[in-house]
Design a protein around this ligand. Structure first.
Ligand code: SF4
Length: 238
């Protein structure tokens, strides 16, 4: 797979893609939450489940007045489990929420402001040491709750950018993140919007099966439709 248009450097290619997506979808205004703590809870609950189910769980926590670090810290795990049930894996996710609030309570007196006053590199390492927080969740917390200049990677990023020929389909999380972090200005707004725009493209157009390439704002940059056609033709002839 190869990128169809030749650019002087990868930064220009990434910025061109960003501008195309921004122009097409408009600003995404992520993350859909009222407070940084709600972002964090959402980032943990959204693991392996659709956002629609997460919304239900978050609304349950809100109605029960459990959506604060203090309330979750003191709540009985079984109570948390009941409220987050719509988000699936509710026992494990209740443990993850408990582990997170325990950490900020022990280390930062329950204050997210204190936690987010740490340098990016240190805090990322710290978040990754908490039970249930992997790179995607840590980066979502850092970018969307802490406003740090870091970009979140996910399966959508891999799908779109491997089809565009800018990532290997086997790239791991660090390799994916390196592509963006090494070639874009470290600007929180760009990283925030870029991830959300990729999500919009992968959800609506660059779908796993039968992507709508004819509607894609990156169509003229992407070699995938032509190559896919050729691959299918070759399969038929074989
Ligand atoms: S939708 Fe089609 S043209 Fe657009 S990025 Fe995906 S594979 Fe390429």
């Amino acid at each position: 797979m190869s990128f169809k248009v030749k650019y002087d450097n990868i930064s220009t290619a990434l910025m061109t893609i960003y501008q195309r997506l921004y122009h097409y979808f408009g600003p995404r205004h992520w993350w859909p939450a009222e407070t940084p703590f709600e972002v964090i809870v959402g980032a943990i609950l959204t693991q392996n489940v659709t956002w629609k189910n997460v919304e239900k769980a978050i609304n349950n926590l809100k109605t029960a007045e459990l959506l604060t670090p203090e309330a979750l810290y003191t709540a009985d795990p079984s109570v948390i489990e009941t409220h987050i049930r719509p988000a699936g894996f509710y026992r494990t996710k209740a443990k993850k929420l408990k582990a997170f609030v325990h950490h900020i309570w022990e280390k930062y007196d329950g204050s997210l402001t204190n936690m987010f006053s740490q340098p990016l590199k240190n805090l990322r390492k710290e978040l990754l040491s908490i039970y249930g927080i992997g790179p995607e969740t840590a980066d979502a917390i850092l970018c969307y709750a802490g406003n740090y200049p870091i970009m979140v990677m996910d399966a959508y990023t891999l799908r779109v950018f491997s089809r565009l020929g800018l990532l290997s389909p086997k790239a791991n999380y660090e390799e994916m993140q390196q592509l963006f972090m090494d070639n874009l200005p470290h600007d929180h707004y760009i990283f925030n919007e870029y991830h959300a725009l990729i999500d919009a493209l992968a959800n609506k157009i660059c779908r796993k099966n039968k992507p709508h390439c004819n509607l894609c704002p990156l169509n003229d940059l992407c070699a995938w439709p032509k190559e896919e056609k050729e691959n299918k033709k070759a399969e038929k002839e074989a």
